[in-house]
Design a protein around this ligand. Structure first.
Ligand SMILES: C[S@@+](CC[C@H](N)C(=O)[O-])C[C@H]1O[C@@H](n2cnc3c(N)ncnc32)[C@H](O)[C@@H]1O
Length: 271
């Protein structure tokens, strides 16, 4: 069971609701798209799945159809009654709350490893993914839909044009890849941009044992002056001996360094 565009429009009208721009409410109203997302998430009977921003419940229903145990988080108290109505017979647990402030340990208690599957609110998608990687180890895997450019940044590898601070942050914790594109046509209302599906799989341990505070201080300083050589942008933080010890060329630009390179640089220049 999923939700069609006609059904979604009827639900919004019946509850006198208009999609909220501030909450990034672009609902997916295409059954094929939500089924495709559920398939790409590769979840099945009994798997603990958490969805952030369940909205009207179209993706929620597709996830529940796989037999997964779905916990659906939603912040909008106007949309929540509709969500509860839509998923009433689907065996879904609905949690009211702001994903940026939830007590995740409490919400995810009971299972050691969850898959997050979500069409994320675009305005908070990147910080949310990065915060969950930092703070919520119980989320072991993510399949998230985000704006295409945000997706390219999250999944970028060293040397890619989109490689930046979020890419290094993701790679510190996980591996990541773009697994699909989604046209604006499948949303209500239609956003101006395409979307991307990104799969993120948490590593057993961070990619480097370097002190993360130092590592990301260097990353921020380097990408803060992206066009400059690291010798210039990191002048106050890393001396020539440290570049040599880390095996990193001082003439390099920040996008040329993998997370492991940043880690060696951090260890060689502990501050
Ligand atoms: C892009 S819509 C996706 C809705 C639905 N999953 C779908 O695919 O049609 C994002 C949803 O996230 C909700 N949302 C926005 N900010 C949130 C937050 N901080 N915590 C939880 N949900 C949030 C919005 O109310 C909205 O329902």
């Amino acid at each position: 069971m999923t939700l069609t565009r006609t059904q979604a429009v009827a639900l919004l009208e019946a509850h006198d609701l208009a999609p909220s721009r501030a909450l990034g409410q672009n609902f997916v109203v295409d059954p094929n798209t939500v089924r495709r997302i559920a398939r790409l998430a590769a979840v099945g009977p009994g798997d603990p799945v958490v969805e952030i921003g369940a909205g009207l419940g179209s993706l929620t229903l597709a996830l529940a159809d796989t037999g997964a145990e779905v916990t659906a988080v939603e912040v909008d108290r106007h949309v929540l009654p509709v969500l509860r109505e839509v998923v009433a017979d689907a065996g879904v647990r609905v949690v009211e709350g702001d994903a940026l402030e939830l007590d995740w340990a409490e919400v995810l208690a009971g299972h050691p490893s969850w898959t997050l599957v979500a069409n994320l609110p675009y305005n908070v998608a990147t910080p949310l993914v990065l915060d969950l990687l930092d703070d919520v180890p119980a989320i072991g895997r993510m399949l998230v839909m985000v704006q295409r450019e945000a997706g390219e940044r999250l999944a970028a590898e060293v040397g890619d044009a989109a490689y930046g601070i979020p890419s290094v942050k993701v790679r510190y914790w996980a591996t990541a890849r773009l697994v699909g594109r989604v046209s604006a046509e499948v949303f209500l209302p239609r956003p101006r941009v395409e979307s991307a599906l990104v799969e993120i799989t948490r590593r057993d341990a961070p990619a480097t044992a370097a002190d993360p505070e130092r590592l990301f201080a260097l990353v921020r300083a380097g990408f803060g002056q992206r066009r400059k050589m690291l010798r210039r942008s990191l002048a106050a933080l890393v001396d020539d001996d440290a570049f040599t010890a880390a095996g990193v060329r001082p003439e390099a630009r920040p996008e040329e360094l993998s997370v492991e390179d940043w880690g060696r640089l951090a260890t060689a220049s502990p501050g």
